[in-house]
Design a protein around this ligand. Structure first.
Ligand code: HEM
Length: 140
């Protein structure tokens, strides 16, 4: 990597035009002026987030690895956060939808026990009915 500049949010926010377009993605500053015309998603969406933190917009689209490589090529420096700057967006790169773990086995056991109790109760009820009716038959 060549030299990495430190830019404040105030400096980045001055570059919002199509010919002079900076974006912040995950605390890194990218000069997108040369790419904005070629952007498959259109220039409008990029200009909309020009001079701002575009991390969330960028991740929400689910950009490919190729898009991330292009992004790397546009890097001009790191963002220097100062008090009062907008907080960094929280969406993580490459986040995979995770499955809830171990909850299903616990739930399975819970339902199993529940079913067992129900079956036991049903058997007891049938037995009670059967005994009741056979007693009745005997006595009459
Ligand atoms: C410098 C930053 C960006 C780069 C290098 C970039 C690059 C790309 C690339 C290469 C694609 C093609 C699909 C893919 O490979 O994922 C794409 C699609 C797209 N991008 Fe970006 N993008 C950037 C920023 C943004 C931003 C900030 C938005 C805002 C919402 C955005 C919205 C989209 C959309 C909606 C598509 C889908 C287009 C379609 O499939 O019709 N991009 N981008």
């Amino acid at each position: 990597m060549s030299e990495t500049k430190e830019l404040t949010y105030a400096e980045v926010s001055e570059h919002t035009s199509k010919k002079d377009l900076y974006l912040v993605v995950h605390d890194k500053v990218y000069n997108c002026s040369s790419f904005v015309d070629e952007h498959p998603g259109g220039e409008e969406v990029m200009i909309d987030v020009g001079g701002q933190d575009a991390s969330e917009a960028f991740e929400d689209v689910g950009h490919s690895d190729e898009a991330r490589e292009i992004l790397n090529g546009l890097l001009i420096g790191n963002l220097k956060r100062e008090a009062g700057d907008p907080s960094p967006s929280s969406s993580a790169p490459n986040s995979t939808p995770g499955k809830p773990q171990s909850a299903s086995s616990a739930a399975g056991l819970g339902i199993g026990v529940y079913a067992l109790v129900l079956v036991g109760a049903a058997l007891a009820f049938v037995a009670y009915q059967y005994l009741g009716s056979s007693n009745g038959q005997k006595s009459s």
